[in-house]
Write a protein that binds this ligand. Structure first.
Ligand code: FES
Length: 98
């Protein structure tokens, strides 16, 4: 995980929900809506999924992402990420604040 100051840290977690909680607790993300897909303060970029697969964004997440200045093709909201399988490392970068 690369944070907004370009610091790279590794986390060993079982799922994205756990990562969301850890990054929120460490104040790496603001998570202002608590994970209800409305604030976009958990905006991240998936830089490398490896062999892993994630569930595609639903319509609500897409609409929130489309309203962001810093949206990229690899943008996701961390609070909405679910894995189909998670076998190895995943590289993410926390997006700049809006
Ligand atoms: S925490 Fe608000 S959209 Fe993810």
């Amino acid at each position: 995980m690369t944070d907004r100051s370009n610091e790279v840290e590794e986390y060993s977690v079982n799922n994205f929900s756990e990562l969301f909680t850890v990054l929120s607790d460490e104040m790496k993300i603001d998570a202002m809506c608590g994970g209800s897909c409305s604030c976009a303060t958990c905006h991240i970029y998936i830089e490398d999924l490896g062999q892993n697969t994630v569930v595609e964004a639903n319509q609500t997440e897409k609409e929130v992402l489309e309203g962001l200045l810093h949206m990229q093709s690899n943008s996701r909201l961390l609070c909405q990420l679910e894995h189909v399988n998670i076998n190895e490392n995943i590289a993410i970068r926390i997006a700049a604040s809006e």
